[in-house]
Design a protein around this ligand. Structure first.
Ligand SMILES: *Cc1c(COP(=O)(O)O)cnc(C)c1O
Length: 437
């Protein structure tokens, strides 16, 4: 087993003797997580001034510190102020600045929660918070409001509330396990939870959202993988934000999951001074696909409290997408999304490619700036759809046809609905009409 110097140095300091053999024991990593400023200074040799220490203590009083020794070992100590790992893990006084547009719960996850642990936002899928525990507290966490609440691993009875909700809600076909980090649960609890969920007939897939492969890769043990393998189809979304996070250890963890047969995705957050650079982002995405991870989402940083120093304008995200689309493999590029404040869900945002349009021609531009035309068919007989699939000549023979009503813009486009406009509630103009009647 080969360890690098940073790992050896930290392990030796933690144990007071060379105990590097424990390094890959994930429970050892958790037990020795860095949760105080003093321990951070001791293990890294970085020293803060009295003023800095006072500010940092104030910050960690509100948003606590926790870093695994593994993640700590990735910090470039000589240049830590510019280090993307340091910035994601350590934090500073800027976190105590809150601005008007920020909220404790900007996505209204708690409001859209029918029972404890479940956020039911979209018609056919739910978010299930199965643990409140993380191995590392990311400074940019969207659920910062919960970070450092007494670490709370729900009991089976508490998880059963969420499971029952899913059981009793037949439209849920996709269950997304999140947290905290689901992989902070014990192997037995994970086994039990997945077995309960997989027995629900209408649940077609389960997904796990986890940052464990990035911050505590040794948690991905053979035993864990063999448990997960019992519950296919299981999709796993990791959370790499910077190419420096793809290390020998994290690649090994990811390889175990890929070899286990789980489709792997990645969600990144666009973070100022961490990855808001087209070249860094491209390098990250290329490393992900080399490791069999398909980039899924790039998130605009949420309006959670204390994150203003991490936020970029949306233009930065669009610029990054512009540098990717066409320039690199289609499957190396994520969808850039803004999670709508107030709980509207994820909204994809892209550069514009349609320049103009006539009745039978579309003018488009490509990634090189070439302007081109696409000739549309002169005769296209629109098929009127009345959603009567049984009598439709497309004859799809679908025995599981989509029974959901069209909503939103989809509804405006559909033939089977008379709605011609969507009007915000309390529209004054329409209220005047009512008053005149
Ligand atoms: C992101 C999210 C999902 C999953 O959305 P997808 O676009 O299907 O990945 C589901 N529920 C909530 C509350 C979410 O935030």
């Amino acid at each position: 087993m080969i360890y690098n110097n940073a790992q050896k140095e930290i392990a030796n300091k933690i144990e007071g003797e060379p105990k590097i053999s424990n390094w890959k024991d994930w429970r050892w990593q958790l037990k020795h997580a860095i949760r105080s400023l003093e321990k951070f200074e001791y293990l890294t040799g970085i020293k803060f001034s009295d003023d800095e220490r006072r500010d940092l203590k104030k910050t960690f009083g509100k948003f606590p510190l926790s870093i695994t020794p593994y993640y700590l070992s990735l910090i470039d100590k000589k240049n830590y102020k510019n280090d993307p790992i340091f910035k994601q893990a350590f934090g500073g006084i800027e976190e105590l600045t809150t601005i008007n547009s920020e909220h404790e719960d900007p996505l209204s996850e708690d409001k859209d929660s029918p029972v404890r642990g479940i956020t039911h936002r979209y018609p056919d899928r739910v978010l299930f918070h199965v643990s409140n525990v993380c191995s590392m507290y990311c400074r940019f966490c969207t659920r910062k409001r919960k970070v450092g609440d007494v670490d709370f691993v729900p009991s089976k009875d508490e998880l059963a509330e969420g499971i029952n909700y899913i059981k009793n809600t037949p439209q849920v076909r996709d269950v997304l396990l999140s947290g905290g980090d689901p992989f902070m649960l014990s192997d037995d609890k994970i086994d039990w939870l997945l077995s309960e969920i997989s027995q629900i007939p209408h649940v077609e897939i389960v997904r796990i959202g986890t940052r464990i492969p990035v911050v505590l890769p040794y948690r991905i043990t053979d035993n864990l993988v063999s448990i997960l393998k019992k519950y296919q189809p299981l999709w796993i979304n990791t959370h790499f934000n910077h190419p420096n996070e793809l290390t020998t250890s994290s690649k090994e963890a990811v390889a175990k999951l890929a070899d286990g047969g789980f489709p792997l995705g990645n969600q990144s957050v666009l973070l100022a001074d961490v990855n808001d650079c087209t070249r860094i982002m491209k390098s990250l995405l290329h490393k992900l696909v080399q490791n069999r991870i398909r980039p899924y989402y790039l998130y605009q940083c949420d309006l959670s409290e204390g994150l203003s120093h991490f936020r970029t304008p949306i233009g930065k995200g669009i610029e990054i997408m512009e540098s990717l689309i066409g320039h690199t493999s289609g499957f190396a590029r994520p969808t850039y999304v803004i999670d709508a404040p107030g709980g509207g869900g994820k909204i994809p945002v892209m550069p514009n490619y349609i320049i103009s349009w006539s009745t039978n021609k579309v003018v488009l531009r490509n990634y090189e700036g070439v302007i081109t035309t696409y000739k549309e068919p002169d005769s296209y007989e629109p098929k009127l759809c009345d959603r009567d699939c049984d009598n439709c000549n497309l004859d799809l023979n679908l025995n599981e046809k989509d029974e959901t009503e069209a909503i939103g813009i989809e509804k405006l486009l559909s033939d089977s609905c008379d709605t011609i406009s969507l009007v915000p509630e309390n529209n004054e103009r329409l209220q005047r009409r009512d008053d005149n009647e």
